[in-house]
Write a protein that binds this ligand. Structure first.
Ligand SMILES: Cc1cc2nc3c(=O)[nH]c(=O)nc-3n(C[C@H](O)[C@H](O)[C@H](O)COP(=O)(O)OP(=O)(O)OC[C@H]3O[C@@H](n4cnc5c(N)ncnc54)[C@H](O)[C@@H]3O)c2cc1C
Ligand SMILES: NC(=O)C1=CN([C@@H]2O[C@H](COP(=O)(O)OP(=O)(O)OC[C@H]3O[C@@H](n4cnc5c(N)ncnc54)[C@H](OP(=O)(O)O)[C@@H]3O)[C@@H](O)[C@H]2O)C=CC1
Ligand SMILES: O=C(O)C(=O)Cc1c[nH]c2ccccc12
Length: 423
């Protein structure tokens, strides 16, 4: 009797949790997932989007600070098939960008399954299908679901998890310690001495925001950083670089950009901002390290409002001991230490993705793997790279989908004719 119940329970369990998805599964409803979904919609291919958060673009909605704006001009940040509204400024605010993404999802009728965190995905050779396990959580209930599909689109992003540095004594630090993804505004740090660890775009902008809210930031520069003016002679530096790249090799464009930066800023190494030996665009392309586009932090560094300090050796209660032996009194720590991909935690595959969670092949080749596997938004080229991937993926799947639909229709028509002719 006991065994009988177990058996029934078991069967019931499986029949409830296995779901066949007609068309691709897209993991992640950020800009990359939405762009792919929109392009698939245009191709007439059905899809399902699984998102661990309870909203679209959760990075933008939940894990970014208030003063954030897109830092590339708008034409490099819009997604395929639907441009930004005409009245958007050159650098849309975070609020405007989110509004755009919401209207994008509505326009293309993209309705992700929210609160679905994908735990594992593997290709089943026998059936030639992907098995995607996810935990859906609403309130206190957690359900395991297994989706089965033919195509899997990885759209979980380059910024899926926060990088938390392993610095001695940090866990015992007596003050507040937050990652940049939980920083909203400098309001709550007024009058405090804040150590900002990291000098990428986040570290620079949070330091500036802290200054603007009358806190005293010290920013850790442990190695080197490229700081570029966002604009030169009233034109976006990025746009200028893109234009030059049509005619000139990357190394030369890098040299020109650095000359312009020198012309605008002078020698920033004097301020403690050592430049990497590799040029800014080459470093972005090869290592994914984004140059800082300055929005005012440099002026604050020059005026001494933001202090630049070398690496942290250890924390002792309320004190940070630096690698040069200097000791800093610190009230709070903001870890602007970056992000990483989470693909290695859930995707059971080792041919297309490398151990660091990025496709092995660099842009423009890293969008298509084997057996119906795709990656969108891992190009180290921000939103424009994601858009370019999305278009290619949808065309690739769309072609197979249309061919097969045509064949199916032909078979049905042929069968229909045979049936009729038999009468
Ligand atoms: C602060 C900040 C500012 C930026 N500004 C710019 C900019 O101005 N211009 C630019 O081009 N780029 C910018 N970027 C780069 C950024 O990568 C892109 O803007 C964009 O968000 C990338 O979109 P995505 O969809 O690939 O990744 P994300 O926006 O990170 O979306 C991925 C989604 O996948 C979900 N997810 C992750 N793991 C799972 C899982 N296991 N199961 C289910 N769902 C999952 C996440 O919850 C998330 O919603 C910025 C990044 C940051 C951090
Ligand atoms: N639209 C916008 O305005 C903004 C865009 N962004 C984008 O978001 C992405 C992430 O940027 P960001 O969050 O700045 O991350 P980044 O990866 O660009 O920078 C991380 C920084 O943290 C430093 N770091 C890491 N670990 C340690 C440690 N243990 N001790 C000291 N320093 C450490 C790194 O130094 P090292 O180089 O030595 O490793 C680096 O300076 C980028 O693509 C960026 O362009 C971010 C903010 C604003
Ligand atoms: O802000 C980001 O994370 C981006 O990836 C945007 C971006 C893509 N390519 C660049 C080159 C220089 C500066 C920013 C970017």
């Amino acid at each position: 009797m006991e065994n009988f119940f177990r058996l029934v329970d078991h069967e019931d369990f499986f029949s409830r949790r296995c779901i066949w998805v007609n068309g691709p599964i897209i993991v992640g409803a950020g800009p990359s997932g939405l762009a792919t979904a929109a392009c698939l919609r245009e191709q007439g291919v059905p899809f399902m989007v699984l998102e661990r958060a309870d909203c679209i673009a959760s990075l933008w909605q939940k894990r970014t600070y208030d003063r954030l704006k897109l830092h590339l001009p708008k034409q490099f940040c819009q997604l395929p098939k639907l441009p930004f509204p005409e009245d958007f400024p050159e650098y849309p605010t975070k609020k405007q960008f989110i509004e755009y993404l919401e209207s994008y999802a509505t326009h293309f009728q993209i309705n992700p399954q929210f609160n679905e965190c994908v735990q594992s995905a593997r290709y089943d050779e026998t059936s030639g299908l992907w098995r995607v396990k996810s935990v859906s959580s609403t309130g206190a209930t957690r359900n395991e679901v297994e989706y089965i599909c033919r195509w899997l689109v990885v759209a979980t992003g380059e910024n899926a998890e926060c990088v938390m540095p392993d610095i001695e004594g940090l866990s015992d630090f007596k003050g507040e310690v937050i990652h940049a993804c939980d920083y909203k505004s400098g309001e709550s740090f007024r009058g405090k001495k804040v150590l900002v660890v990291g000098c990428g775009n986040s570290g620079m902008e949070l330091s500036l925001d802290l200054c603007n809210h009358h806190a005293s930031p010290s920013m850790v520069v442990r190695s080197s950083v490229h700081v570029l003016p966002r604009e030169v002679f009233g034109k976006s530096t990025f746009e200028f670089a893109v234009m030059m790249l049509q005619w000139l090799p990357l190394w030369l464009v890098d040299k020109i950009i650095l000359m312009l930066a020198w012309f605008v800023f002078g020698n920033v190494e004097k301020l403690g901002l050592k430049r990497p030996s590799t040029g800014p665009l080459e470093l972005k392309n090869t290592k994914g390290k984004t140059p800082v586009l300055d929005l005012g932090a440099l002026a604050k560094i020059r005026s001494g409002d933001i202090k630049v300090v070398p690496g942290v050796k250890r924390f002792n209660n309320g004190e940070a001991e630096l690698v040069n032996g200097e000791k800093l009194d610190v009230d709070a720590v903001v870890l602007a230490t970056g992000y990483r991909s989470n693909v290695p935690y859930w995707l059971q595959e080792g041919e297309f993705f490398s151990k660091n969670g990025f496709p092995k092949m660099p842009f423009p080749h890293g969008w298509k793997g084997n057996a119906g596997l795709y990656a969108v938004g891992f190009t180290k080229r921000g939103l424009s790279g994601a858009s370019s991937d999305a278009v290619k993926i949808a065309q690739d799947i769309g072609k197979v989908w249309k061919d097969e639909t045509k064949q199916k229709k032909q078979r049905t028509t042929a069968c229909h004719r045979r049936c009729i002719s038999q009468f």
